[in-house]
Write a protein that binds this ligand. Structure first.
Ligand SMILES: C[S@@+](CC[C@H](N)C(=O)[O-])C[C@H]1O[C@@H](n2cnc3c(N)ncnc32)[C@H](O)[C@@H]1O
Length: 247
């Protein structure tokens, strides 16, 4: 007897793919609604205003505990809440300091939370040569993690990526924030996602760690970059195996 119609296993493969796409669309929509709801703009950590998605904060906490940075560098201080957040985590772990950089003068508008582990470098851009010299000095020989959360235009983020990537320790993280701008604020494009694409095209030192997007709703899609342990940048690109399909 000749079988008619589409075989059952093909139907289930199609169903599985369609469901995956619908889930992705649902997460994107939920992410947009969460951003538009604005609760993240008045979220606090120990009373200090942090301008981040709490799911990302949780993931950052996991990264800090796993990688034990001795120096956390953040560009973009705003109210100082995120610098304070990292400082209190480092307190619990018993080691490390935070350097937070903002183009605004320190105390120009807000009183930043004071904490003995935090140094605020204010009044100069994150790409200012003097600021970079100071970060280079502090990161020398120390496990260093970097978060880029200042001006989110593509060109500035590319400049920051090139300037700050060398400070990140092997196995450590370089976090590019607000790469969801293409979903939530198209008027601000090109932004961090475009910067990430340009950066990842010209380096083999970092990989996107998708496991850090496990909660699905993140402001930093493709933005959790892990520095590969051995520095393979001096290998020709052809010598680096292609990524495994599906990862
Ligand atoms: C998104 S807010 C930072 C939020 C903060 N990291 C938090 O999570 O609470 C961005 C900050 O970047 C600062 N900024 C803008 N352009 C900058 C630049 N070129 N260099 C350093 N900081 C800059 C702004 O003044 C603003 O305070």
């Amino acid at each position: 007897m000749v079988k008619r119609g589409t075989p059952r296993h093909l139907w289930s493969a199609v169903r599985w793919q369609v469901r995956g796409r619908l889930d992705e669309a649902a997460y994107r929509r939920a992410g947009r609604r969460f951003y538009e709801g604005g609760s993240w703009t008045h979220t606090t950590w120990l009373g200090e205003n942090v301008f981040k998605n709490p799911l990302d904060l949780w993931v950052m906490q996991e990264i800090v505990v796993e990688t034990r940075p001795q120096l956390v560098v953040e560009t973009g201080t705003y109210r100082g809440g995120s610098a304070f957040y990292f400082a209190t985590l480092l307190d619990l772990l018993g080691e490390g300091e935070v350097v937070s950089i903002d183009v605004r003068d320190v105390d120009s508008e807000y009183l930043y939370p004071a904490h003995p582990r935090v140094t605020y470098l204010g009044g100069r851009s994150s790409t200012d040569p003097g600021v970079l010299r100071e970060v280079a000095r502090r990161s020398e020989g120390r496990r260093t993690m970097v978060l880029l959360d200042s001006n989110h235009s593509r060109d500035h983020v590319v400049a920051e990526l090139n300037a700050y990537a060398p400070f990140v320790s092997p196995g450590g993280y370089l976090i590019v924030e607000d790469s969801n701008i293409g979903v939530v604020r198209r008027d601000l494009l090109p932004g961090p996602m475009e910067a990430l694409r340009a950066f990842l095209e010209q380096t083999r030192d970092f990989e996107v760690d998708r496991t850090r997007e496990k909660h699905h709703i993140t402001f930093n899609p493709s933005g959790y970059l892990r520095r590969i342990d051995a520095a393979p940048s001096r290998l020709p690109k052809e010598a680096v195996p292609a990524p495994v399909a599906g990862r």
